[in-house]
Design a protein around this ligand. Structure first.
Ligand SMILES: Nc1nc2c(c(=O)[nH]1)N[C@@H](CN(C=O)c1ccc(C(=O)N[C@@H](CCC(=O)O)C(=O)O)cc1)CN2
Length: 299
């Protein structure tokens, strides 16, 4: 039985952060200030708190300024929009990220829409989304861009490959499909209403799973030798006697590894790329905002 090679997102992310740090070190004397990232967290969601803490630490470790804004769970839409306006106007802030999901009473899309496109390091505003769809340069959502970087590093040219993206979220599925289309893949977006999903996935040279259903994709869904990118991060219920459940992806890793050519693990695959690409997008935005040249394709 063959065994898939493991795509090490943690190591790749470390390399990317190293490149960001080099650029940030050169940016500071050229611009007369550090590149800056503002992260907004509303409420007490434990996973979001961990991600936001990690973002702050990694921003500072790369030599950029981190501005953290923590708001209570009962924050009103008006207060949140006023904070986004304030960050849009702040010349020390190059990138703004509102951690998702927001508490249910808030209108997520309206908040994202308020972010200035020049500071949209999450790539979620209508302008960024439209530019991606048109194939124009812009800021691209972090998880899909990180997944594409891993794919290109593993496979080189993706042109002509069949890609199936499972999931159609704004954060991952849709932008991922656009990025793969931009690489001349033949792209299928599968979702909860797709008929005979295993059969659709079996045609794919590249599978990107982003549905949020623990270990849904099995070995017999995978074309032998396919490259599998697992975007899912699901915490299983804790086993008896332990406090925390195991973290698994949307792909049954042990099972799919017997058929795939290469596969990302969870943890240590796509997850670490999400924050590394956020830092990459921040230094890119900083150069644009300060009118400094940067070879964006090189990072
Ligand atoms: N505004 C945004 N909100 C959210 C995004 C986003 O890109 N923009 N993505 C996710 C959460 N996320 C970052 O915000 C994120 C998820 C996972 C990881 C990560 O490194 N995961 C580790 C495991 C971590 C653990 O033990 O729990 C891994 O996979 O190895 C980083 C960032 C939703 N919200």
């Amino acid at each position: 039985m063959t065994q898939a090679s493991i795509i090490d997102g943690k190591a790749f992310a470390e390399g990317l952060r190293g490149k960001v740090a080099e650029l940030a070190a050169k940016f500071e004397p050229a611009a007369g200030r550090k590149a800056g990232l503002a992260v907004v967290l509303v409420g007490e969601d434990p996973a979001s708190q961990v991600y936001v803490r990690s973002k702050g630490k990694q921003t500072v470790a790369c030599g950029m300024a981190s501005f953290e804004h923590k708001l209570p769970e009962d924050t009103t839409q008006d207060v949140l929009l006023a904070l986004v306006d304030q960050l849009n106007a702040d010349p020390l802030v190059d990138g703004i990220l509102v951690q998702l999901p927001l508490p249910k009473h808030l209108d997520e899309q309206a908040v994202v829409d308020r972010i200035s496109p020049s500071k949209d390091v999450d790539g979620l505003t209508p302008i960024s989304t439209g530019r991606l769809a048109l194939g124009l340069p812009g800021l691209v959502p972090c998880t899909p861009l990180g997944s594409l970087m891993l794919l290109k590093d593993r496979l080189g040219n993706l042109s002509g490959l069949n890609a199936v993206v499972i999931g159609r979220s704004i954060l991952v599925g849709k932008p991922m499909a656009q990025l793969l289309l931009g690489e001349n893949c033949t792209v299928t977006i599968a979702h909860s209403r797709t008929q005979d999903l295993p059969e659709v996935v079996r045609r794919a040279d590249i599978v990107v799973a982003a549905v949020g259903r623990p270990e849904m994709v099995k070995a017999d869904w995978i074309k032998p030798g396919a490259t599998v990118i697992d975007v899912g991060i699901n915490r299983l219920p804790p086993a008896e006697g332990s406090e925390k459940g195991r973290l698994v992806g949307d792909v049954d890793f042990a099972d799919a590894s017997t058929v795939a050519g290469a596969i990302t693990p969870v943890p240590g695959g796509v997850g670490p790329m999400t924050i590394a690409v956020l830092l990459r997008n921040t230094i890119v935005a900083a150069h644009r905002n300060a009118d400094l040249a940067l070879a964006e394709d090189a990072i």
